[in-house]
Each structure stands twice: as structure tokens, then as C-alpha cells.
Ligand binder design. Structure first.
Ligand code: XMP
Length: 324
């Protein structure tokens, strides 16, 4: 295909996404009217696009909250709030750390953990925020892939309320609007760029809703979160330049014998995963240079209590990307 044809196609796509933005801003305005709408921002590209679209449509009628669930990466809540403050969009930080940690206490089964997070989010934290804001509309960043995977039974997406038996209208008295439900991830990224969102958001690697809890096998405690958070900071620092689809660190539930300061230590095990993929449906492990792996291993085993670091070579399938 010639260069002029390619750029013609790009222009056309660009125009389609501009039209998408105009139409959805108008549509949100029409649906919400003079009511109040609320949305939860996670800092991911989907919820960020919804926030900007809805803010354009509704201005002060939109209440955006960011829930600090204690499961985020280092400095993440502050970083997200700062990014949106720079764009003139107010974000209310809700500290729900204790509630989430209490809900997760003693749970080891992956589905129990995911359920506890979903319920705490929607029933306790978000329910309260909706009641106090008097919002009658909720804007949600559901995309086409979420719907397809949920319908196919591949995934119990955290963001589909009906799946956990919650009828939002009856339970909370609000109506759900999903302006991105016809788009896939690449479309959302294009819209994000056109809306002027910074690169750190438009090109952010996928990060799951249940956050670092998906990377802790066994019980989620404050101490174990601190370990996986430190390990995540290492992989992100070491692997962000690889251009891989996703990279992450996982804390296993097992321990292994090691030696530290001349003494035997029954220490923790961190697994590193770095994958290539188009849309996370299938994935393969990246062939990382030996030198990089050694450096990561050295940094991981400097985290207090960690004395082993493994690199996961398993493709998806049979493995999934996350560990729970
Ligand atoms: P799995 O582990 O199912 O992950 O192979 C596929 C992709 O989805 C992300 N992921 C999630 N994203 N909520 C999300 O928003 C979730 O509950 C969730 N679980 C997994 C994962 O990071 C990978 O990119």
C-alpha cells in the first residue's frame, strides 16, 4: 500500500474517532440532562477516557472518584490525581484501604478474593459515594472486549455488575452509561490521544482492576502487598523499555530455603512475567537478555524477605497472564 493511501486511511480513522467523541459528548449530555453523574477513575486508559469525555459533557455535574484500595502500585493514587488536576478535572481521592484489607483478610481462594474486592468496591465504597453525591447516573469504562469475554465465559470481569447479581437501578437507584462499549483497546487509545491524555495514560501497560491482589497467591496482607509493590517497581523500571505487552511480578505462597548474612532463611519467592501479546487472549514469554534477568534477580532478592526470583516461560494458554 502506498504512503498516500495509508495516510488517507489514517485521516479517515482520525475523523471517525473525532466524530465518536463529538457524538458521545452530546449523547452523555442528553442522557444525564441536569442530573448528577459519578464515575470511578483507576488511571487506566478506559476509565481515563470516560472521565475526560464525561467532564467535557457535564463539567461540574460529574463527580469523579479515585478509590485507594490499598492494592495499587507505588505512588499511583497521587500520580493519577495529579495528572487529572493538570487537565482541570477534579478527582476526589477516597481512602478505603482498611475496608479492602479487612474484606481480604483470611481469604486464599482466587475467586473469593476477586469477589471480596468487587463487593467491597460496589457495595461499600462506591454505593456510599453514589448515595452521598446524589448521582443518578454512573459512567463506566466497559469496552467491547470486556463484554465479549464475559459473554463467552472466559472472564468474570470486575466491571460488569449484573454478573454479581447487582441490579444498579434497584440497588443504588442509578443508571449505568457505557460510552466505550463499541470500542476495542486500540480504539480507546486513539480516542485518548485525540482527547489530549498524556502518553503515560494512553500507552500504559494493562493493569487489572483488582490490582496487585491478582499478583499475590494466597492471603493478601499489608506486608505481602508491600513486597509485591516493591517487586512491581523493579520490573516496571527494568522492563518498560522493552516495549513488551505486559510485565509483572508475582508473590508466591510458598517459601524456599536460602542463605542471608551467613544464616539460613526460609524466604519468599517472586515470579517475573514479561509477555508479548496483541490483546491478552494469547501470549508468549519474551526472550529477555540473560543480563537483564540477572539484574532483575539481584534487585528482587534485595527486597526484604525475598530470596528467590524465577522467570515464567509459560505461554497463554495454558497459563493466564495473572496468577489469580
Ligand atoms: P488473564 O490473567 O485472564 O489476563 O490472562 C488477561 C488480561 O486481562 C488483565 N486482567 C484484568 N483486567 N480486571 C481487569 O480490568 C480483571 O479482573 C483482570 N484480570 C486480568 C490482565 O492483566 C491481562 O492483561
Amino acid at each position: 500500500m502506498g504512503a498516500s493511501t495509508t495516510s488517507h486511511l489514517e485521516e479517515e480513522t482520525d475523523m471517525n474517532y473525532r466524530r465518536f467523541i463529538e457524538e458521545h459528548v452530546r449523547e452523555i449530555r442528553r442522557e444525564v440532562g441536569s442530573a448528577i453523574a459519578i464515575n470511578a477513575l483507576s488511571g487506566g486508559v478506559d476509565s481515563s477516557v470516560v472521565t475526560v469525555l464525561a467532564h467535557r459533557a457535564l463539567g461540574q455535574q460529574l463527580k469523579t472518584i479515585f478509590v485507594d484500595n490499598a492494592l495499587m502500585r507505588e505512588g499511583e493514587p497521587q500520580r493519577v490525581a495529579r495528572t487529572f488536576a493538570r487537565m482541570g478535572i477534579p478527582v476526589q481521592l477516597v481512602n478505603a484501604r482498611r475496608l479492602f484489607l479487612k474484606a481480604l483478610k483470611g481469604l486464599t481462594d482466587p475467586e473469593d478474593k476477586r469477589n471480596a474486592i468487587t463487593r467491597t468496591f460496589y457495595k461499600d465504597v462506591f454505593g456510599k459515594a453514589v448515595r452521598t453525591s446524589h448521582a443518578t447516573f454512573l459512567l463506566h469504562g466497559t469496552i467491547l472486549t470486556d463484554i465479549e469475554e464475559t459473554v463467552a465465559g472466559i472472564k468474570r470481569q470486575h466491571n460488569i455488575l449484573a454478573q454479581i447479581g447487582i441490579d444498579p437501578q434497584r440497588t443504588y437507584g442509578y443508571e449505568v452509561l457505557e460510552p466505550l462499549k463499541t470500542l476495542r483497546k486500540d480504539g480507546v487509545r486513539q480516542v485518548a490521544q485525540l482527547l489530549g491524555l498524556p502518553k503515560e495514560i494512553t500507552h500504559r501497560i494493562p493493569f487489572p482492576g483488582p490490582a496487585l491482589a491478582t499478583r499475590i497467591v494466597g492471603e493478601v496482607t499489608e506486608d505481602r502487598l508491600a513486597t509485591v509493590r516493591a517487586a512491581t517497581a523493579v520490573v516496571e523500571d527494568e522492563l518498560s523499555r522493552t516495549g513488551a505487552f505486559q510485565y509483572l511480578a508475582v508473590l508466591l505462597n510458598d517459601c524456599a530455603t536460602g542463605i542471608r548474612d551467613g544464616k539460613r532463611e526460609f524466604g519468599q519467592i517472586v515470579v517475573v512475567r514479561c509477555i508479548d501479546s496483541k490483546d491478552a487472549r494469547i501470549a508468549s514469554a519474551r526472550k529477555l537478555p540473560w543480563k537483564t534477568l540477572h539484574r532483575i534477580c539481584r534487585r528482587m532478592t534485595a527486597i526484604p524477605g525475598v530470596n528467590r526470583c524465577l522467570y515464567d516461560l509459560t505461554p497463554k494458554p495454558p497459563a493466564t497472564v495473572e496468577y489469580i
